[in-house]
Design a binder for this molecule. Structure first.
Ligand code: HEM
Length: 249
């Protein structure tokens, strides 16, 4: 069982000790958008559409708006009643090796068709690559493109700063992220390893050269992820406010 992939809106619960309140979740954004959508829907159709369904549809629609693929989202998920901070700890942080990512992928996540074509990472995630690679005291990761390294050093003055995951087209859902990897312009060390590890390099080449393959695979993975460990039927509830379970609201 993979607690990470629970499609029950547990990440939206906003109480002490919830996944959302945990340290690794502090860079998550967009909660207000979900709250606004929920408020609109509640006005027109009270207690009918779960927060888990809204979140799943919003992820798809945001992808389409950024230029990415469309996939079918079946509805009817219920919202969970529990959210535990320690489950957020299981999310990979970008330092893992390919073996652990393959194991992670085995849990139902696609590590190859990741969406690092958009979005950003906190500089804290790459601080060691820039300034202290493998305990070298001041030396950067030699596998980083020199120009890109200089750019990142300028961007990342503080670990709380942010930097784009896709160095060239950060606002467009495209295959540039994959084309950048052979140029040594992968931001996270897990991005870079995707190309330097012989097990995953052929995939990078295939995805970089065939946007339609990336779009198709991404849609398939997302549709699959959106259906992992859903609560259906009498399990769970339909929250009135995505931040709280109904009994406490
Ligand atoms: C399993 C391999 C993966 C690893 C190691 C990984 C790692 C990371 C890390 C470290 C960040 C930056 C977080 C931060 O500093 O705040 C990040 C951001 C992001 N990841 Fe992944 N990720 C993986 C898979 C995926 C997958 C499968 C998707 C898409 C379904 C994805 C989509 C994203 C997006 C969109 C962002 C940017 C979020 C933002 O702008 O705040 N990642 N990832």
């Amino acid at each position: 069982m993979d607690p990470l992939s629970r499609c029950d809106g547990s990440i939206l619960l906003n109480h002490e000790g919830s996944e959302r309140k945990f340290d690794v979740s502090k860079t998550l954004r967009g909660f207000k958008v979900i709250d606004d959508i929920k408020a609109e829907i509640e006005k027109k159709c009270p207690k009918t559409v779960s927060c888990a369904d809204i979140l799943t549809a919003a992820a798809r629609d945001a992808t389409v708006l950024a230029g990415g693929p469309y996939w079918m989202v079946p509805y009817g998920r219920k919202d969970g009643l529990v959210s535990l901070a320690k489950e957020a700890q299981l999310v990979p942080m970008g330092h893992e090796d390919i073996t652990s990512l393959v194991e992670f992928a085995g849990l139902g996540h696609s590590f190859r068709e990741r969406a690092h074509t958009i979005g950003r990472a906190s500089c804290g995630s790459i601080q060691d690559r820039l300034f202290n690679y493998g305990g070298t005291h001041g030396k950067p990761d030699p596998s980083l493109n020199a120009q890109y390294l200089n750019y990142l050093k300028r961007k990342c003055r503080w670990s709380s700063d942010y930097v784009d995951l896709d160095a060239t087209t950060p606002r467009t859902f495209d295959v540039e992220y994959y084309s950048n990897l052979p140029k040594k312009m992968g931001l996270l060390s897990t991005d870079e390893k995707l190309y330097t590890d012989p097990r995953t390099a052929p995939l990078v080449n295939a995805l970089a050269n065939q946007p339609s393959l990336f779009f198709y695979q991404f849609g398939v993975s997302m549709a699959k992820l959106g259906n992992v460990q859903c609560l259906l039927g009498h399990e769970g509830e339909i929250r009135t406010n995505c931040n709280f379970v109904n009994s406490k609201y």
